[in-house]
Design a protein. Structure first.
Length: 460
């Protein structure tokens, strides 16, 4: 995976994780809230139904209160009470029923086939003794009782909430009830609506996550394209600089060869030819030939020195033979001899261990810095320091010259080529270059990282 792809992945992953966490938290809260709302609605609904049942039973007891309070227990009075209660109904499934305390059905307007039967042992689909539980509740003074009973409108068993009271003078149990399947259906509808709402919220969060990921990916793609364009432009500029540097180096070598070595070789050739001619003359001519050859030998030594100088400028052999510190020390001596500017070199600590490329880069930076100091600084003293600091080898070139504005020179299109070359060389080896300049002088500090040593347990 490329670096840009890793950056985009690391940008998208936390976003997706955050949205997933938010989605799970929202879902948990929504489910909790929905359950609380369902419980609240159920409690409120049941409370209203319980109050409604109490009112119905109160109404029924008041309807036959005059008969109960009369103290009569003859069959006509009991039949009249049953007739009155059988006419009291509310809807298809709302009715009253009457049992005696032995479990005999005395009145049931929706299931007349049960009248006269003893239902004491009757049990529902769950095996619960329905009539016994109702009678226990009535004997305890009355109240609410849940049970399962056949619903007349659908002719199927359904959960029911009943309310029973005793009519103590007659030994009766009077009761009524409401079926709870309608309540369960309404609650199921509420659950379905809440589930759809939760799913809709999750879909919106998922859509937001997808859109956010696409936005991040698109932004990353646009940034990559922009960076590629900038990188291409920089690469073109760098290639142009490389070509220009190559041409400048070739021009310099051409001038050195033409103006120096070539002219010396021509002069040596002419002197050798003249000496050869004089060798055929008398003793005086032969003496002049000898002096000419001695002069030619001296010129050959100068030519060899010039060749060594050009070779040293291209790449000093001492850098490969003795290392960076010795090469910098030699460079300081050469700079002191070739100009009136004293250059002092100081090495601190063990500075070996850098790759050859890093040694060359630091040496070239020192050459470039000395050239700039000689041309522009007007300095009286230059100090070159090579030191080891932690995991870096740091080269510092400091002078006491006039200084310059490093920021403006670095961005100037026609100036600061040497500074940019220094920075590009350090970037190529992963090092850092710092330039500080003021009226008191200039300091160029280049830090090259030492290669990390493999651990003892690492395999070669």
């Amino acid at each position: 995976m490329k670096l840009r792809q890793k950056v985009i992945f690391l940008a998208i992953t936390p976003l997706i994780l955050a949205l997933c966490t938010i989605a799970l938290f929202v879902r948990h809260q929504a489910i909790t809230l929905a359950q609380q709302q369902r419980d609240t609605i159920q409690q409120a609904w049941l409370a209203s139904k319980e109050a409604e049942l109490k009112h119905y039973v109160d109404l029924a007891t008041r309807s036959v209160a005059h008969l109960v309070d009369s103290g009569k227990r003859d069959q006509a009075t009991l039949d009249e009470a049953k007739r009155i209660l059988s006419t009291l109904s509310y809807g298809d499934d709302g009715y009253f029923f009457v049992y005696d305390f032995q479990g005999n059905s005395l009145m049931h307007p929706r299931q007349p086939e049960l009248v006269g039967r003893n239902l004491w042992e009757m049990r529902d689909v769950n095996g619960e003794p329905t009539i016994q539980r109702l009678l226990e509740r009535a004997k305890a003074g009355g109240g609410l009782q849940r049970y399962i009973w056949a619903k007349p409108s659908i002719n199927k068993s359904a959960p029911k909430l009943g309310y029973v009271v005793p009519i103590g003078n007659w030994g009766w149990m009077l009761g009524t009830g409401i079926y709870l399947d309608d309540v369960d259906a309404a609650l199921a509808k509420i659950d379905a609506q809440q589930s759809r709402n939760i799913q809709g919220t999750m879909l919106w969060i998922a859509l937001l996550a997808i859109v956010s990921a696409l936005v991040v990916a698109s932004s990353g793609l646009a940034l990559n394209i922009s960076e590629l364009r900038v990188a291409d432009a920089k690469l073109k500029v760098l290639a142009q600089r490389v070509v220009e540097s190559q041409e400048q180096e070739r021009a310099r070598l051409s001038r050195d060869l033409h103006d120096g070595i070539s002219q010396w070789l021509v002069s040596i050739k002419l002197q050798i030819e003249a000496g050869v001619i004089r060798l055929g003359g008398d003793a005086a001519q032969q003496q002049k030939a000898r002096a000419s050859f001695e002069h030619t030998a001296g010129q050959l030594n100068d030519v060899l020195g010039e060749v060594r100088r050009i070779s040293h400028n291209l790449r000093p052999a001492i850098l490969d033979d003795l290392g960076l510190a010795a090469a910098l020390d030699h460079l300081a001596h050469e700079a002191t001899q070739n100009s009136a500017l004293p250059v002092r070199f100081i090495a601190r600590g063990v500075t070996d261990g850098l790759p050859d490329v890093a040694n060359t880069v630091l040496f070239r930076i020192a050459q470039e810095a000395l050239t700039n100091i000689e041309r522009h600084a007007g300095a009286r003293q230059v100090d070159i320091t090579l030191a080891r600091e932690h995991n870096n080898v740091t080269l510092t070139i400091a002078d006491d010259g006039a200084g310059f504005d490093a920021a403006s020179v670095a961005i100037h299109p026609k100036r600061g080529i040497g500074l940019r070359n220094m920075m590009e060389r350090m970037d190529a080896i992963g090092g850092q270059l710092a330039i500080t300049s003021s009226a008191a002088g200039t300091s160029v500090q280049a830090a090259a990282p030492l290669p990390t040593k493999p651990s003892k347990g690492a395999r070669s």
